[in-house]
Design a protein around this ligand. Structure first.
Ligand SMILES: Cc1cc2nc3c(=O)[nH]c(=O)nc-3n(C[C@H](O)[C@H](O)[C@H](O)COP(=O)(O)OP(=O)(O)OC[C@H]3O[C@@H](n4cnc5c(N)ncnc54)[C@H](O)[C@@H]3O)c2cc1C
Length: 386
């Protein structure tokens, strides 16, 4: 065996698992295919419930120093409506931080804790043996294999590829595609995080580091196709649709300038999935994914990495039964922590994508803005993991 644990993917799920395992004295290899810093489709908000885990991982102070302003209020931007409500908090406020900064910060901490980070390096396959797993990797120098009793799949859920843990390619009109862009000089209230409800999709806005405002959305493939004029990029068509559909977006982007092109990803696949299957542990999006309407995916990824490293604490990884028991403990803890918000996010997403059909709901929220705060509570914004 070359290591005690191999982790495929260096996003928030993989990096936090790596830190937790390395701190417990394991020899850990982490494989990340992209060179950092890299931009990524994501709204980039982290709720206050993740703060204790960031501290436990040793990055809380760095996050404080780098992240954007404290988010104190939520909003709903739906048609001409702009409704605001207090953001629930658990021991502090949530904040936004660009993934080009956050992911580098977590991976640097993993290196600092002794994790062998192989980057840029792609995992192209793995096989299960009695003693553990053999993982094939490709670097600029060529192909080689690593072996370890613990294998953690943390490569996210949006890409198709050759790994047994990756979903097969698919293409359907109702697929939800993810988009993100940064804007400078936006007039968005620094303390506000609006939820955007528009025909065929939903999204969010938040101020992150460096005065940037992150706008991220999910939109149905068929709706986006219908919006695009000849020669127009998908991002430009989406931006025009957002501005047409939400007064709040129009006002926040008045005089703002986009930094770089729109990024796209997906289709996204929100669902509850197995956290441990065929001897492989899964963290982050791969273990389960909430519709990003609740902006909890990074928090869930970080927290799931933490839960897994706790479940493996004291486990003798050379024993298959011990790994299976750890897998069962981890899945039970994961489901307790996250199942409710995945179901809540599902309901919120379907309402937000049909503003005309649920216009009455918009009126109800305007009359009782506290329902927004309640929705954020159901989304796990005040449910710390440790
Ligand atoms: C539109 C949108 C907005 C969102 N907004 C928010 C938000 O505001 N707040 C929030 O908390 N969440 C948000 N999310 C969700 C969040 O982005 C994800 O839940 C989160 O990124 C999941 O983290 P992860 O570590 O599981 O996977 P990822 O962040 O996807 O990381 C996986 C890593 O694995 C690497 N990788 C993939 N394949 C391989 C391979 N074969 N070999 C080596 N490396 C590999 C990738 O390069 C990547 O770095 C949003 C999502 C979308 C679509």
């Amino acid at each position: 065996m070359t290591h005690d644990a191999i982790i495929i993917g260096g996003g928030p799920g993989g990096a936090s698992t790596a830190i937790g395992l390395a701190r417990a004295g394991r020899r850990v290899a982490l494989i990340e295919r992209a060179a950092f810093p890299r931009r990524k489709v994501c709204g980039e908000f982290i709720s206050s419930a993740s703060r204790p885990v960031l501290d436990a991982l040793g990055v809380g102070e760095d996050w404080d120093a780098a992240a954007g302003p404290e988010i104190r209020r939520l909003a709903l931007f739906m048609g001409a409506r702009v409704v605001t409500a207090p953001m629930p908090a658990s021991g502090g406020a949530g904040r936004g931080l660009g993934r080009d900064v956050l992911d580098g910060l977590l991976l640097d901490q993993a290196r600092h804790c002794g994790v062998e980070v192989l980057q840029p390096c792609r995992a192209t396959g793995f096989e299960r043996h009695a003693a553990g797993h053999e993982v094939t990797i490709e670097t600029t120098q060529g192909s080689t294999t690593l072996a370890a009793p613990i294998l953690v799949a943390a490569h996210g859920s949006w890409d198709r590829g050759p790994l047994p843990t990756q979903a097969p390619k698919s293409h359907a009109p109702r697929d939800l595609l993810g988009f993100k862009a940064h804007f400078l000089e936006s007039g968005l209230d620094p303390e506000l995080m609006p939820l955007l409800s528009f025909p065929g999709g939903y999204g969010g806005m938040v101020r992150v580091d460096g005065g940037r405002v992150s706008i991220s959305c999910c939109i149905r493939r068929d709706v986006l196709k219908g919006l695009r004029q000849r020669g127009e990029t998908a991002g430009d068509a989406l931006e025009a649709h957002l501005a047409r559909s939400c007064r709040g977006v129009r006002e926040a982007l008045d005089g703002a300038r986009r930094e770089g092109p729109w990024l796209a990803a997906g289709p996204i696949r929100p669902a509850l999935r197995p956290c441990y299957a065929d001897g492989v542990f899964r963290v982050g999006n791969l273990a389960g994914e909430a519709h990003p309407v609740i902006a909890e995916g990074i928090s869930m990824a970080i927290q799931s990495g933490w839960l897994l490293s706790r479940a493996l604490d004291g486990c003798d990884p050379s024993m298959a039964e011990a790994r299976d028991r750890a897998g069962a403990r981890y899945q039970a803890a994961w489901r307790r922590q996250f199942s409710t918000r995945i179901r809540a996010a599902n309901a919120f997403a379907h309402l937000a994508m049909r503003p005309a059909r649920f216009a009455g709901l918009g009126g109800l929220i305007a009359a009782m803005p506290g329902t927004l705060t309640l929705g954020a509570r159901l989304s796990g914004k005040v449910k710390p993991v440790c």
